[in-house]
Design a protein around this ligand. Sequence first.
Ligand code: DOR
Ligand code: ZN
Length: 392
Amino acid sequence: MTFEIHDTIITFPPLVDCHVHFREPGLEDKADMQSECEAAYHGGICAACDMPNTKPPTQTIEALKDKIARASRFPDKCMLSFFFGATSLAHLAELETLWTDPTLADVKRHCCGLKLYLDNSTGNMKSSRAVTEKAFALCGRLQIPLVAHCEQAEVNDKAASERPYDGPASHSVRRPAESEVASIAEAVAMARQHRTPIHIAHLSTAGGLDLVRATRREDPTLAITCEVAPHHLLLTTEDYTCCGARVKVNPPVRPPRHHEALWEGILDGTVDCIGTDHAPHTLHDKANMENPPSGMPSIEVIVPLLLSVVAGRWPHPTAPRPAALVARQLAHGDLVRLLHTNPVRIFNLPVDGLRRPSFDLAQTWIVEEAQLHSKCKWSPYQGWTLQGKAVV
Ligand code: DOR
Ligand code: ZN
């Protein structure tokens, strides 16, 4: 499936956000499935893959069934699939049962794979080395998509011990680029050993991208894919000045040379998907001066942000357009590849029959957080002028 344009209206195949945190159950003060499905709908996103760091975390078949039942309340706004999480061998045993017991086929259909955190982030779901090894082996044996949050705890711990948290900008120093690169190298080694289908979540560094390229060259039969988040494409360490804790995220925003490289990776096909890592927190949580939580929302604006780039309108109000985008244009077909074809294939998503979203390419609009549908009612893209708006 591809896109169609009539006059100023473009219609896409069902667009997918393969990385979201809708916070239900347990964290409904930040967001819930109803509010975030509404935000997805108004952003033209038709299906989303929800992460397991809820309360309780999605680490048992029972917890997964509960999420499936909750999501079935809003069948028309956004189809949800769920990642399983694991921090113990018992959780991996549950995943194995889910994948192999034919009586659970209806539950498995809603599960898009396993998410592993290789260092702590919101929810403290860091997986130990022993569980990580076993998870790669299980997902290799059963060919379960394994999504890895790649940051290396030792590198982060050392950097954090050398620089106390003294404001949002210190976050990028305390979780440095080398940490992601080292962690991706380890994850790739385990995936190669166990033949695990591996997907690198929110890849944020030039070095990480080079490792994906090198792995594909050296081991062409390995199923290795990666995703980039909008904040790593559009924001950098320079944005701490305007936006402070709002742009604190894991992995952190990086110095501009990394986002230059990520745009190269988008245009040359190294990057498979754009996943928003839509991670709402309340502004009250973000106002914590000691150490505010990491994450920001973006599901309602991701497609308009990208349509603006396609239209030749670099949306950042002050930062220059990356060199890669001066040399080559992003095209509507790239959006189909990044938000439909690749995520549907990688996570085996049942999108047939979902609505096809339309956008008015002629509509320019200003992001006004009060008008957004996400429960947290703020956006790191507040005040940005975008071109292209979902027709709802
Ligand atoms: O910044 C982040 N926020 N990174 C994560 O890994 C988790 C997410 C969240 O759930 O808040
Ligand atoms: Zn995430």
